[in-house]
Design a protein around this ligand. Sequence first.
Ligand SMILES: Nc1ncnc2c1ncn2[C@@H]1O[C@H](COP(=O)(O)OP(=O)(O)OP(=O)(O)O)[C@@H](O)[C@H]1O
Ligand SMILES: [Mg+2]
Length: 232
Amino acid sequence: MIALEADGVTSGYGETVVVRNMNIHVDAGSVTCLLGRNGVGKTTLLKTIMGVVPRRSGITRLFGQDISTKRPYEIAARQVAYAPQESAVFADLSVKDNLTLGLKASEAQARNVLDEAFAAFPILEQRLSQKAGTLSGGEKKMLVFARALVRHPRVMIIDEISEGLQPSIVYLITELITRLKQNGVGIFLAEQNLAFAMAVGDSYVVMHRGTMVETGAIEGVAVARLEKHLSI
Ligand SMILES: Nc1ncnc2c1ncn2[C@@H]1O[C@H](COP(=O)(O)OP(=O)(O)OP(=O)(O)O)[C@@H](O)[C@H]1O
Ligand SMILES: [Mg+2]
């Protein structure tokens, strides 16, 4: 089953077209990796799918349903979780409030949410009442990922989560993504960390200057073939 699909998506900022005629699909229970150098338009494509950057043409679908004209909050409400590259946390709110915000959860449900987040990233328990703005870069990334995780998404859109993270945390995230896949979640992730992408990915799409230049299965692909399309 196709969880997420972009069909001929073109988008950009003002007059500037950044993403041209991109086609991607993410099967339920699998990971599609969006690879490409700095500035090729990976983040812009993810933001277009989330409804944050306006689409000029093309269609985006969630489990076959057209979501092209939906607002970001409507897309999120359909169990699409987005972990942005810039680690957007509510800086003045505690780690606890960042995790439970908007869940309208009872006290017991909130407890479950927190337990789930701490099981994923034990360090967050020690930071519970700390303001999110005071966390380290890596801790912010963990918080953003945990916030997506506890919402039990059907689709996750993840932007360069491994950037700047220590290897032990990248390993934790690799394990979490593997479990999400087993639970049928479709994951679309932009990456430049090839080892991580190849550890979690099922298929890849290479983007260059806003367009798709190559696509294929991760299994059996030569590292050198993908490496040449990355900045790092
Ligand atoms: N808010 C914006 N307004 C105008 N141009 C932008 C904006 N955000 C990004 N761009 C431009 O769009 C192009 C693609 O940027 P984008 O952030 O999508 O690339 P990326 O592939 O995610 O790069 P990176 O690997 O560095 O994260 C770049 O030329 C960038 O300068
Ligand atoms: Mg980016």
